[in-house]
Ligand binder design. Structure first.
Ligand SMILES: Nc1ncnc2c1ncn2[C@@H]1O[C@H](COP(=O)(O)OP(=O)(O)O)[C@@H](O)[C@H]1O
Ligand SMILES: [Mg+2]
Length: 329
């Protein structure tokens, strides 16, 4: 399952991503967490100290290795220099699986020990608002998109991406790579405005989008969100003393998180599972091709000097059958 947390800066994306990851670990799911937020705080929210968080490798710095590995022996990709963030897998490409060991995880992932089990954490490395703008080929989140497009995941395997919703993720197709997108919104007009923009992009691509209210203080807050986003409202989180204590450096066991907030996390997991069951692998593959052709035409062909449309393998579909080759870890 591929899950994204998006929303306005400060809305609580990182906080809710980290709580959801802890919840999944407590339910014995296998998790790869990806920090693709402008402010790289997911490591800290998962309990890493400053030195550990700073020592996380940056995926952006390992792009050549990532491309080289994923390209495998795909004859349609002449060299990894012609691989752009939207280059789709085809016959001969290497695929990724949540539970395996591979050179990309070796280079880019670190194991984080939580109360209830270990998860893998990867991080894009720092980027700025301007990285998300026009210069597609500078994209720091491109490494994440490549990995998502080459990743075959099963029902108890989760990739959770803490993500900034910049124009880049709409231009490249990143926003269509998830079974479920949780839009974190405080019960304010600003919080809801990000939802409207996202919804607009999401509509044409069948993106499953649910609003998760955060810092919800009572029925009036929840009512406000309901009136603004209707049935897209999934649930609401209250202010969490557990989170606040952790930020004071007094972390306590995850099982002590407030009961209401734990229930909200379970609602997120249920929604994600329901959505994964509806995954249409054909459509998933078609969409990556759609965005690849669009990017090829608008900047990729020119940038690489190659005809990137020729990278598309028309008979390839990313699907569960590819998971069969996974080496259990
Ligand atoms: N439900 C909550 N309870 C208590 N503090 C929260 C909650 N949600 C967010 N916060 C706090 O608000 C601040 C911003 O949250 P953060 O998750 O970093 O937002 P974002 O990743 O969207 O920028 C952080 O200090 C965080 O601890
Ligand atoms: Mg954040």
């Amino acid at each position: 399952m591929k899950i994204a947390f998006v929303g306005k800066g400060g809305s609580g994306k990182t906080t809710l991503s980290s709580l959801f990851i802890r919840h999944l670990a407590a339910n014995e799911a296998h998790v790869v967490a990806v920090d693709a937020d402008i402010n790289q705080h997911l490591g800290a929210a998962l309990g890493l100290d400053e030195a550990e968080a700073a020592a996380l490798p940056a995926m952006g710095a390992h792009l050549p290795l990532i491309k080289d590995y994923l390209r495998g022996t795909n004859p349609r990709i002449a060299s990894s220099d012609t691989m752009i963030k939207t280059t789709p897998p085809g016959e001969g490409s290497r695929l990724l699986r949540v539970r395996e060991d591979n050179p990309i995880f070796d280079a880019c992932a670190r194991t984080v020990r939580l109360d209830d089990g270990d998860i893998r954490l990867m991080a894009t490395g720092p980027f700025t608002e301007s990285d998300l703008g026009v210069a597609c080929y500078h994209s720091k989140v491109g490494a994440v998109e490549l990995c998502l497009n080459h990743l075959v995941d099963g029902p108890d395997e989760y990739v959770v991406v803490d993500m900034t919703a910049g124009s880049d993720s709409f231009a490249s197709g990143m926003f269509t790579r998830f079974d479920m997108t949780f839009l974190v919104a405080e019960p304010t007009r600003k919080g809801v405005s990000v939802y409207r923009q996202y919804k607009e992009y999401a509509r044409d691509f069948g993106v499953a989008l649910k609003v998760v209210g955060n810092k919800v203080q009572g029925p009036d807050d929840l009512g406000f969100l309901r009136s603004e986003v209707g049935d897209d409202l999934l649930t609401g989180f209250g202010h969490s003393e557990w989170v606040r204590s952790m930020e004071k450096g007094r972390s306590s066991r995850f099982e002590l998180l407030e009961a209401d907030n734990r229930m909200a996390l379970q609602a997120l997991q249920d929604a994600a599972e329901d959505s994964y069951e509806l995954r249409d692998w054909d459509r998933y593959t078609r969409q990556m091709v759609h965005f690849h052709l669009k990017n090829a035409e608008s900047w990729g062909n020119e940038k690489t000097g190659a005809d990137l449309a020729a990278q598309v393998d028309p008979s390839f579909v990313l699907d569960e059958r590819h998971a069969g080759a996974a080496s259990p870890a």
